[in-house]
Design a protein around this ligand. Sequence first.
Ligand SMILES: [Zn+2]
Length: 237
Amino acid sequence: MTDTETDNATTVTISPGITITPAMQDYLKAVYQLGEMGPVATQQLAEALGVAAPSATNMAKRLHELGLLTHAPYHGVTLTPAGRQAALDVVRRHRLLETYLAEAVGLGWDEVHDEAERLEHYLSERLEARLDSLLGFPATDPHGDPIPRTGADLAQGPTLLQTPAGAEGTVSRVSDRDPEQLRYLGALGIVPGARVAVVEHLPFEGPVRVRVLTSGNARGKEHVLGRVLAGAVRLAS
Ligand SMILES: [Zn+2]
């Protein structure tokens, strides 16, 4: 998305004369999602957003000037409290839309993300509030990702990759990025609410062997998950 694609989209006014365009919203959201472990390199942001490195750097400078993030050359970018709030607002709209599309429209959990990516920029505050109440104020989206309440922050449980062998837990969230990945995990019964045990981490940075303890007829089966897949599934903290 380019900066000029603001027609009809919801721009957010944070103070007189300053609006956050859809491109800015996408950028802030990406910094939020990639930045759990610390500053995010602009190169990493460029890859996540599918833009050229110089435009990712330019956007970092603009958002820095607006006080939404701090940009230290060679260290990457970090959200300011105002930037974090703006990112959470987008995340909230995205996850509410995914829930609406799954529950009210009947789309599959592998279909809702791409639609929500577009719609999140067009949802007014008023419609957002109506969807929220229509859905009964849901706590999580179809992938188990928590829907942030206004002003709240989000806790993260460990991924299967970060869970030691012998431990078990309840799947809380599955990354919504990749529809094929969602279909694959869904077929294995690895969905939010399922109970799983990590059996073994194969040596030399190998895959992770997991057993599904409760999830319909997938129960009791063992699966070997590659590291990307194991990193996409989180257990409740
Ligand atoms: Zn999504």
